[in-house]
Design a binder for this molecule. Structure first.
Ligand SMILES: Nc1nc2c(c(=O)[nH]1)N[C@H]1C(S)=C(S)[C@@H](COP(=O)(O)O)O[C@H]1N2
Ligand SMILES: [Mo]
Length: 238
């Protein structure tokens, strides 16, 4: 390799190679190529200014000690069935108005920094539970795909037919996570495995389970969310 080649340019080239992969082949042996590690370890290019300032302006919500966790209180609340998801073929698709669309296996998602938070989950139906969630910040995923200037919303598509949309500021909040752990253990299927949204800033129905696709968009579409389209409030802030 040309030693004079700037490091960032190499990382960027690797990044583009990675984003061009269909998803198969990258992790077939279960061993992770160094390229991916290089990629996630560094900042590829500066984020656009509006996203940068959004990320810096967000204040975290106070969290609970783990001793406050209420394991029995988190009720399963699914409008439909619990989808069967094959981890061998599962890919989280991140696309839309982004510079580098990506498809990530769970092995790759789990190489990104793990954030845990103990927060209160609040369902609009009148119950709440303190729960610890562990996963990757949505802003880490945003840093990888690089949303374009003008992106204002994020759509989440789920394997059970559920869908949701969030404002970009809430999506990039430091406690908005794509989680794969609940109370320190792998996320159970009924709670949204392999990946679900979790955040202390919005009501339970905004926190999509079984997320398969994250799409950055400039405008909201007529369909905004499964419950929202039935009359529930879109922002649903806590
Ligand atoms: N895909 C999907 N996500 C969903 C739902 C659903 O039916 N499907 N229900 C929502 C509601 S109303 C709540 S309160 C929480 C419940 O999460 P839990 O079942 O893990 O307690 O998931 C939210 N996310
Ligand atoms: Mo809910």
């Amino acid at each position: 390799m040309n030693p004079n080649f700037p490091k960032n340019a190499i990382a960027r080239r690797r990044f583009l190679q990675l984003s061009g992969l269909s998803g198969t082949g990258l992790l077939v042996s279960g061993c992770v190529p160094a390229k991916f590690t290089d990629l996630v370890g560094q900042k590829i290019e500066p984020l656009n200014q509006s996203i940068q300032s959004l990320m810096l302006s967000q204040k975290p919500v106070p969290e609970f000690p783990t001793s406050a966790i209420e394991p029995e209180k988190l009720l399963i609340n699914s409008f439909n069935f619990t989808p069967a998801i094959d981890l061998n073929t599962f890919r989280l698709i991140i696309n839309g108005e982004v510079n580098h669309p990506l498809q990530l296996s769970m092995g790759e998602v789990q190489q990104l920094p793990l954030t845990a938070m103990t927060i209160r989950h609040v369902c609009v139906e009148g119950w709440a539970a303190i729960v610890q969630w562990g996963g990757v910040r949505l802003q880490e995923l945003a840093k990888l795909v690089q949303p374009k200037e003008g992106v204002r919303y994020v759509y989440f598509k789920s394997a059970d037919g559920y869908y949701e949309s969030w404002d970009l500021a809430s999506a990039l909040h430091p406690q908005t996570l794509m989680v794969y752990q609940k109370n320190g253990k792998p996320l159970p299927a009924d709670n949204g495995a392999p990946l679900r949204l979790a955040a202390p800033i919005k009501l339970g129905y905004k926190q999509s389970k079984w997320v398969t696709q994250v799409t950055f968009v400039k405008d909201l579409m007529p369909r905004k969310g499964y419950w929202v389209d039935k009359g529930y409030e879109w922002f649903a802030g806590l």
